[in-house]
Design a protein around this ligand. Structure first.
Ligand code: C2O
Ligand code: CU
Ligand code: CU
Length: 478
């Protein structure tokens, strides 16, 4: 039984860690801040709102650690932004209000919505204005998220605090009896400066505009160096990489595997145990960890493992080890891992492609703009016309020494190959994706079909500085 194996491995990992001197309290390599800034704070559970409400973007003040606050930009006064829970078949209806000193617009990342509700930068509203969204939820259950998408301003607005979860449920997922309530942990991952004065201040340097902003301290749900207490039993972790540029390679400090059940577009065809997970900006991952078999007092950490970026090692602080979440087993018991069926979800493979397109992502040092196929984004230029309902093969080529998490609006796609670099499709990239991490030297092929809505959508790199500096194109579905 899957759950049985899990207990054994988690315990074995604990013994190994204890032999090595226990949990290392070093939290963020390269963090220039003092020891006081290494203290952990409880991971916040984001506030929740249902569909049919108002989202007001406004300046405010938010706690970033126990006893510390920072000036922020917030939806409805909370950091992170409130979690929206909805269900397939409902209508998502929101009035966006803008009390920021800046234009803004919300994009529902991963959600199938008509173009006027997609948060294209041309829809941005001025300070003082409002925007009405009203869209049917035709989506599979999954971990989606929302964030601003105004032209040249996405990086700054997400940085200042505007980003939240959008959780969709459906009957297929209900039937699995997955951990819920206090056993469902949502975590928006971001890397920031440690100090309250600078954590939420947006001041990218020239190097940041090239590589994207990479900072030394992990935050979860707006909280610096988060910690979590778990009872004996199974927990569901749903993670969003809401960083500017950071690629995480997520694993347990104990080395125990993670049971991945979902990614960007909801449930995987089958659960898969993996030792670690690459997560580019914009991507989501949904996995289970069972703590039934470890003793109260046992600790581990969800860690981003060190890795090399071909061609750039040492040049940018990408690939450093970071302890994202400290986890402590406390007293109490909750249900153990549910028995998962061999097939979690039906994912029909997209058929043969009628045509091909290639998108080449290039960031050249010393150049101000980032480009796709040699072009920087222009608001009113349509870069590709794609026929509605037809399957195409899209090839994403990374022609630079920086990672590019490639994101598509308007549909979900299927990754069919990766050559160069990591050299294959990863098991947790099965199913439906809206973002594909394309590391330097890699080429990723995806099958793409728009069958929800016609109109104008976007393809872009989700490195927020790349996106803001031109690495985006207009796709018109006709
Ligand atoms: Cu998450 Cu176009 O963005
Ligand atoms: Cu999106
Ligand atoms: Cu990029």
């Amino acid at each position: 039984m899957l759950s049985r194996r899990r207990f054994v491995r988690l315990t074995a990992g604990a013994a190994a860690a204890a032999a090595g001197g226990g949990f290392p309290f070093i939290t963020s390599c390269g963090d220039p801040s003092g020891p006081a800034d290494r203290v952990r704070s409880p991971l916040l559970r984001p506030a929740e709102i249902g569909a049919g409400r108002t989202l007001l973007a406004a300046p405010g003040v938010a706690p970033i650690a126990e006893g510390e606050s920072a000036a922020a930009w917030l939806f409805n006064g909370s950091l992170p932004s409130p979690t929206i829970r909805t269900r397939r078949g409902e209508v998502l209806a929101f009035d966006l209000g803008n009390d920021l000193p800046d234009p803004t617009i919300i994009h529902w990342h991963g959600l199938l919505v008509p173009p006027e509700a997609d948060g294209h930068p041309r829809s941005a509203i001025a300070a003082g204005a409002t925007y009405r969204y009203e869209v049917p939820v035709i989506q599979r259950a999954g971990t989606y998220w929302y964030h601003p998408h105004a032209h040249h301003r996405t990086g700054e607005q997400i940085h200042r605090g505007l980003a939240g979860f959008l959780i969709v449920s459906d009957a297929e997922e209900d039937a699995l009896g997955l951990p819920a309530g206090a056993q469902e942990i949502l975590m928006l991952l971001q890397d920031r400066d440690a100090g309250a004065a600078s954590a939420l201040t947006y001041a990218p340097a020239a190097m940041d505009l090239h590589a994207g902003m990479l900072r030394g301290t992990p935050f979860g749900n707006g909280v610096r160096l988060p910690a979590l207490e778990v009872a004996g039993g199974c927990y569901r972790f749903r993670l969003v990489n809401g960083s500017h540029a950071r690629v995480y390679r997520i694993g347990l400090e104990s080395g125990a595997p993670l049971t991945v059940i979902g990614n960007d577009g909801g449930l995987l065809p089958a659960a898969v145990d993996v030792p670690n997970i690459w997560l580019g900006v914009g991507e989501r991952i949904d996995f289970l960890i069972d703590f039934t078999d470890v003793e109260p007092g046992w600790r581990t950490a969800l860690r981003s493992l060190a890795f090399d970026v071909p061609g750039t090692s040492g040049k940018f602080p990408q690939g450093i080890e970071l302890d994202l979440l400290e986890i402590t087993r406390v007293d109490g018991a909750v249900p153990a891992m549910p028995a998962l069926p061999p097939a979690l979800s039906a994912v029909a493979p997209l058929g043969a492609a009628a045509s091909d397109r290639t998108f080449e992502f290039r960031s050249s040092p010393g150049e101000e703009m980032h480009r796709i196929n040699g072009l920087a984004f222009a608001m009113d230029r349509v870069d590709a016309m794609v026929p509605f309902g037809e399957t195409e093969r899209w090839v994403f080529v990374n022609d630079s020494t920086l990672p590019h998490p490639v994101h598509l609006h308007g549909t979900q796609f299927q990754i069919v190959s990766r050559t160069g670099g990591r050299g294959g499709v990863l098991p947790y990239e099965a199913g439906w994706k809206d973002t594909a991490l394309v590391m330097p030297e890699e080429t990723v092929e995806a099958l793409v079909r728009f069958d929800a809505y016609r109109g104008l959508f976007l393809l872009h790199c989700h490195n927020l500085q790349h996106e803001d500096m031109g690495m985006m194109m207009n796709i018109e579905v006709v």
